[in-house]
Design a protein around this ligand. Structure first.
Ligand SMILES: [Ca+2]
Length: 530
C-alpha cells in the first residue's frame, strides 16, 4: 500500500514519461545487454532494440507495423537433442502494461507466431512465442528424435514461458504482474496443456478450438480420409458437393433454433441425412449425391468407432462444417479431402511406429490406438482434474466454433463436460473455467456465424478485476463491414432472440439455458437471462 501511495505521489509530481524512464534506467537492463543474461539451458542469441515502424519477421513477405520493442532471440535446450527457438518482445518501460503474454502455434508448425506476438505487443504486452523445437510443418522432425516430439507436445511452451519471465524481469527490473497464454487450434491444445501440466505458468489462459485430444483426433483424420476416398485415393466428395451438403444441412436445420438466420445454432439438434440428396436414377449432377457420396458424408458425421467393441473413438464433424466458405480451411477439404494421404499420417510413421514406409491401409483402430495411447500419452492434453490450476487462482476461458471443420466441437464440449463432472459440477467449474460456443463459426475464425470477439479483454477483467464473463459479444463482417453481432453465451446457455428488434444486434438476444434436445423456448421482452 505504501508503495502504491508513493508511486501515486511520484506520478502526481512528475511527468509520467520522465518518472517511468527514470525507473527503467535504474532497474532494468538495456536491450543490448539482455544478451548477457545467463539462464541454465538457455542461449540468448541476440537482443536488439527495434524502432517503431515496419518490421518484417524472418520468412515473412509482408512487414508488420509495430511500436518500438526490444527483440530477444533465444534457444532453449532442456535436453541434448532439443533445439527450441523462441523470441521475447518487450515494450519499453513507458509502453509496457506490466504483463506477459505467451502465444500459441498452429498445426505442427515449427514457426514463431509473429502475427500473434504483434497483436499482443500493440496492446502493451511483453510477448513470447516458440517454434516448438523444430522448423516447418512436416512431422519428419520426430523420426529418431523422441525428445523433439516431447518438445513439440508440451515442453517447449513451458520452457519458453519460464525463460520469458526471467528475460522480462531483466529488461524491466521487475517480474510481470500477470502472465496470460492465448492460443487457438494447436495453440488451444497448448493452452489446455499448460493449465493441466504447468498450472503455475499462467494466471489466465485462453484455449480456442483446442486440438487437445490429439491422438484420437489423428486416428479420426486417418479414418475419415479412408472414408472419403476411393481405394486408389481419389476424393469421393468434391468441393461443390461439400458446399451442397452445408447448404442442405442449413436449409434443414436453420429453423430448429427458432430463428431462420442462416446459422445452425447447435448441430446436435440437426439430424439432416445426406441420403435426402441421393441422385434419382443413375445420372449424377451438381444437386445430388451418389451412393458413395452419401455413405462418405454419413461416416464424416458419425465419427470413428472401435471395430471390436463398438465404443466411440472420436466424434464426427458437425453438420454445417462441410463447406461453408471458399477456402480449404472453411470446409472439410484442408484436413480430410484435399491431402494426397491421411492428414498427419506422419504421426504413425515418425512418432509411433518409426517406420517411414508404414502403410495407412494396415491401421488397426483397436490395437494401434491402445498402443499409441500407451506410447505417446503426452501427445494429448486430456487431463480432467484441473484442481492445481484452480487452486493457484488460474482462470481459463475456452471457445470453439460450432461449424469447425478441423477440430470437431462435440469433442471440445465432451472435454468441458468431463472436467465439470470431475471438478464437482458446473458451478464449481465456472469459478475458474468458462466455455463459450460460437454458432456458425469455423476453425478459430470465419464462417457464417459471428466469429470475431475479444476474449483477452474478458480474461483480463476476470483475472484482474474478478469480473467473470457471462456473455461475450461477437461480430460477423462482410468485406470488412460488421453486419451482425450476437452474444456468445456461457456454456451451456444459448443465445435466443427476445422477439423484438433486429436479429443482427446482440442487444436483442438473451442467454438462456436449454437442454440440447429440448423444445426451443423463445424469450420475450427484456431481460430473460438465466
Ligand atoms: Ca438458425
Amino acid at each position: 500500500m505504501i508503495g502504491r501511495l508513493l508511486a501515486a505521489a511520484a506520478i502526481a509530481s512528475a511527468p509520467l514519461a520522465t518518472q517511468v524512464a527514470a525507473r527503467a534506467a535504474s532497474n532494468g537492463t538495456s536491450c543490448a545487454n539482455i544478451a548477457a543474461l545467463t539462464i541454465p539451458n538457455i542461449t540468448i542469441r541476440s537482443s536488439t532494440a527495434v524502432a517503431a515502424g515496419p518490421f518484417t519477421p524472418p520468412g515473412a513477405s509482408n512487414a508488420l507495423t509495430l511500436p518500438a520493442f526490444c527483440r530477444v532471440e533465444a534457444t532453449a535446450r532442456p535436453t541434448s537433442d532439443s533445439d527450441i527457438h523462441f523470441e521475447v518482445w518487450i515494450p519499453p518501460a513507458e509502453a509496457w502494461n506490466g504483463k506477459l503474454e505467451g502465444v500459441g502455434n498452429g498445426g505442427y508448425s515449427g514457426a514463431i507466431g509473429y502475427a500473434a506476438m504483434a497483436a499482443g505487443l500493440r496492446r502493451g504486452y511483453a510477448v513470447v512465442s516458440t517454434d516448438t523445437g523444430h522448423a516447418g510443418d512436416d512431422m519428419k522432425f520426430g523420426q529418431g528424435h523422441p525428445e523433439k516430439v516431447i518438445d513439440w507436445a508440451y515442453r517447449s511452451i513451458h520452457v519458453m514461458t519460464d525463460a520469458a519471465k526471467l528475460v522480462v524481469r531483466d529488461a524491466q527490473g521487475r517480474f510481470a504482474d500477470r502472465a496470460y497464454f492465448v492460443g487457438c487450434s494447436s495453440g488451444g491444445h497448448q493452452a489446455l496443456s499448460e493449465a493441466q501440466r504447468y498450472p503455475d505458468d499462467y494466471d489466465g489462459i485462453i484455449a480456442g478450438d483446442p486440438a487437445n485430444n490429439r491422438i484420437r483426433q489423428t486416428f479420426a483424420f486417418l479414418y475419415s480420409w479412408a472414408a472419403t476416398h476411393t481405394p486408389d485415393g481419389k476424393p469421393i466428395l468434391p468441393a461443390p458437393k461439400l458446399a451442397l451438403l452445408t447448404k442442405s444441412a442449413i436449409d434443414a436445420c436453420d429453423a430448429l433454433d427458432g430463428l431462420k438466420d442462416g446459422i445452425i445454432d447447435d448441430p446436435r439438434r440437426c439430424h439432416f441425412d445426406p441420403a435426402k440428396l441421393a441422385c434419382k436414377g443413375s445420372a449424377e449432377d451438381a444437386s445430388c449425391l451418389t451412393p458413395p457420396q452419401v455413405d462418405a458424408a454419413r461416416k464424416m458425421y458419425e465419427g470413428v468407432k472401435n471395430p471390436r467393441t463398438g465404443e466411440p473413438i472420436f466424434t464426427g464433424w458437425p453438420r454445417g462444417s462441410e463447406g461453408f466458405g471458399e477456402s480449404a480451411i472453411q470446409s472439410w477439404r484442408q484436413y480430410v479431402i484435399d491431402p494426397m494421404e491421411p492428414m498427419r499420417v506422419g504421426f504413425f510413421r515418425y512418432f509411433l511406429f518409426h517406420d517411414p514406409n508404414w502403410d495407412y491401409r494396415t491401421i488397426d483402430l483397436d490395437r494401434d490406438l491402445a498402443f499409441a495411447e500407451q506410447k505417446l500419452p503426452f501427445m494429448a492434453a486430456v487431463e480432467k482434474d484441473l484442481t492445481p490450476f484452480k487452486k493457484r487462482g488460474g482462470k481459463l476461458l475456452m471457445y470453439t466454433g460450432w461449424a469447425d471443420p478441423v477440430v470437431p466441437p462435440q469433442d471440445t464440449v465432451a472435454y468441458y463436460d468431463a472436467v465439470a463432472k470431475t471438478m464437482g459440477g458446473l458451478d464449481k467449474t465456472r469459478e475458474f473455467y468458462r466455455f463459450f460456443l460460437a454458432p456458425g463459426m469455423g476453425h478459430c475464425s470465419g464462417g457464417p456465424g459471428p466469429n470475431q470477439f475479444d476474449m483477452l479483454t474478458a480474461l483480463e477483467q476476470w483475472v484482474e478485476k474478478g469480473v467473470a464473463p457471462e456473455r461475450i459479444t461477437a461480430s460477423h463482417s462482410t468485406n470488412g463491414k460488421v453486419d451482425r453481432t450476437r452474444p456468445l453465451c456461457l456454456y451451456p446457455q444459448v443465445a435466443r432472440w427476445k422477439g423484438t428488434g433486429s436479429t443482427d444486434d446482440a442487444v436483442n438476444f438473451a442467454c438462456v439455458t436449454e437442454a440440447p434436445n429440448a423444445p426451443v423456448r423463445r424469450t420475450t421482452g427484456g431481460g430473460g437471462r438465466e
